[in-house]
Design a binder for this molecule. Structure first.
Ligand SMILES: N[C@@H](CCC(=O)N[C@@H](CS)C(=O)NCC(=O)O)C(=O)O
Length: 237
């Protein structure tokens, strides 16, 4: 059984997609990031960056104490290795999957995240910041489109690389992008959206409050303007 520390955001969806696709038993432990659950000492013990997702595997390969993993990319690799699924085992295929996985966690995720922040959530609308991240998201969509013109999936076969990128394309309209401008990306997106396991993954978080495109004053206080000092104070509460 895997305990998944989760909230229904793109980074959370990556992991429910894997677990549903691989048919792994899991239990969702909600981490309400708008209420500050990410600062609870028991959560920080497994995810010291005060970000979800994180997992605890109480039946690790080889036995022994439970293993916890934070960072969505590390979680996907861990689960792929544990189950032997969705990470090609040949050197060429594995390198492809890992390069696109790292591209997502180091590029698409952070850039689209800043896009969401400045275009939708920031209290001041700063045209330079909005343009910078909408343009950068657009460039990254172009990178995906060119790759997907060569292959059906990022690592040729469906893998953890696709599972990492897909949830970050779901909000493409909010990111100021048009899928019609990226036909190969659009074909890939529609193929993944139609997978029953992907649909179950999104259903799995439906009982929790969904992202609304805006935050209450209380949520903004928790989420924005975090510093080392504020994070330490929040965890001591
Ligand atoms: N690099 C991390 C990013 C995770 C992340 O940013 N999670 C957000 C939700 S999508 C979060 O937990 N935010 C809580 C906060 O900002 O305090 C990963 O890929 O797992």
């Amino acid at each position: 059984m895997i305990d998944l520390y989760y909230w229904p955001t793109p980074n959370g969806h990556k992991i429910t997609i894997f677990l549903e696709e691989a048919g792994v038993d899991y239990r969702i432990v909600p981490v309400n990031i708008g209420k500050g659950d990410q600062f609870r000492p028991e959560f920080l013990a497994i995810s010291p960056n005060n970000r979800m997702p994180a997992i605890v595997d109480d039946a690790p390969a080889g036995g022994g104490a439970p293993i916890s993993v934070f960072e969505s990319g590390a979680i996907l690799v861990y689960l792929a290795e544990k189950t032997g699924k969705f990470l090609p085992s040949d050197a060429r295929g594995e390198a492809k999957a890992l390069e696109w996985l790292f591209w997502q966690v180091g590029g698409l995720g952070p850039m689209a995240g800043q896009n969401h922040h400045f275009a939708r959530y920031a209290p001041e609308k700063i045209p330079y910041a909005i343009k910078r991240y909408v343009n950068e998201t657009n460039r990254l969509y172009g990178v995906l489109d060119r790759r997907l013109a060569q292959a059906p999936f990022l690592a040729d076969v469906y893998s953890i690389a696709d599972m990492a990128s897909y949830p970050w394309i779901v909000p493409y309209e909010a990111q100021g992008q048009r899928l019609d401008d990226f036909p190969h990306l659009k074909r890939w997106f529609e193929t993944i959206a139609a997978r029953p396991a992907v649909q179950r993954a999104y259903e799995a978080g439906k009982h929790l409050p969904q992202p609304r495109g805006s935050f209450t004053a209380e949520e903004r206080k928790v989420l924005f303007g975090q510093t080392a000092g504020s994070a330490a104070a929040a965890s001591a509460r």
